[in-house]
Design a protein around this ligand. Structure first.
Ligand code: ZN
Ligand code: ZN
Length: 360
């Protein structure tokens, strides 16, 4: 029988725990718990050491946990969940915890229960490092999510944009996602026409999209627990030369960065390659966000493609490449693809047209 997903992930996690000099790791974040154990309940904490793997939950979820997470010993926390957890932790000296997730008061209450020889050590990001490298099944789920999003772009561009409100288009996107098999959206879609497109995270408004505007559409769907993320900028009718010029600079930056995607490449260099194109065109100050991010069970994951990133691309990373130029009071342009770092180079999951599409 093939090794279960959980066993394989716990094995990789144990290697990371040892590398970090820890004797055990507490996993509290919901996405991380689900990633390692497949448990989907709202109350679950994992404790993983070199010999054992525990899942602490409460009475409501004991049966579900046993069913979803057969590779874990399920503990019913009862009236004293921290005591039950500490009993298992007290055999270990250094126990890592997720300081980006655990509340200060929960941390203090847990420390109360620990014996002299056991220390809680801040260790955020350990499971996130594992999650950054996707297996074939995960890549397949992300690819299916991306394909649904691509088909939504096709439909929306056939239906046209001018005369519809941004909110109407956003609702249409959500409806199409559900109709085509997505369990939901990765994030509320961005539909931003004209000057509104200069806000990188614009919220859709009641305002009707005019004729001849640049319209930024950024959307992602969830399929089988995995997200996609893709942006296209459309023209709702003919736009002037200035708009086309900016569009082409962003497209050039996006293609340049995309071509750099390969195993072993420093993420900050990919960011720089996009930024260099935009800087050279004179719009350095109009590209105020990072070039990309990992995507998986959450829409923002490791690695980070930014100027300060220390991450290096690994096989199995799935990342976005999304430079943009934002001209306040005028318009914005962003073009975003979702890409797998594969052994034969970048594998683009979002093949939808990248030349400026004029949709009436
Ligand atoms: Zn996006
Ligand atoms: Zn993105």
């Amino acid at each position: 029988m093939a090794m279960s997903r959980s066993i394989e992930r716990i094995g990789r996690l144990r290697e990371l725990i040892a590398t970090d000099g820890l004797d055990a790791l507490l996993v509290s974040g919901k996405e991380n718990v689900r990633y390692l154990s497949a448990f989907t309940g709202t109350n679950g904490t994992l404790l993983i050491d070199p010999d054992d793997a525990y899942l602490l939950t409460d009475f409501r979820y004991v049966e579900q946990a046993a069913d979803q997470s057969p590779d874990f010993e399920v503990i019913d926390g009862g009236e004293t969940p921290r005591k039950r957890l500490a009993e298992r932790m007290n055999t270990r000296a250094k126990v890592g915890f997720d300081d980006a997730d655990m509340r200060v008061k929960n941390h203090a209450a847990l420390v109360e229960e620990l014996s002299e020889g056991t220390e809680l050590v801040a260790a955020a990001g350990v499971v996130e490092k594992l999650r950054a490298v996707k297996d074939a099944d995960e890549i397949d789920a992300i690819a299916r999510a991306a394909a649904i999003a691509d088909s939504i772009y096709s439909t929306i561009s056939e239906e046209g944009l001018a005369g519809r409100s941004e909110k109407d288009v956003a609702w249409r996107i959500e409806w199409l996602a559900r109709e085509r098999g997505a369990s939901g959206l990765s994030f509320p879609p961005i539909v931003a026409g004209g000057p509104h497109g200069a806000l990188p995270h614009a919220e859709p408004r009641d305002r009707k999209i005019g004729d001849g505007e640049l319209v930024v559409l950024d959307l992602g769907v969830v399929f089988d627990g995995y997200c996609s993320d893709c942006t296209r900028t459309f023209a709702s009718g003919n736009v002037d030369g200035h708009a086309r010029e900016i569009y082409d600079i962003v497209l050039d930056a996006q293609r340049t960065a995309l071509a750099q995607i390969a195993e072993g490449v420093e993420c900050q260099l990919i960011d720089k390659s996009a930024r260099d194109v935009i800087d050279a065109a004179g719009y350095a100050d109009q590209f105020g966000h990072s070039t990309g991010h990992g995507v998986g069970v959450e829409v923002h994951e490791l690695p980070t493609l930014s100027s300060r990133s220390k991450d290096v691309l690994e096989l199995g990373n799935v990342v976005t490449v999304e430079p943009g130029i934002y001209l306040p009071g005028e318009f914005g342009v962003r073009i975003e693809d979702l890409v797998v770092v594969a052994d034969d180079g970048p594998r683009v999951l979002t093949p939808f047209e990248k030349q400026l599409l004029v949709v009436d």
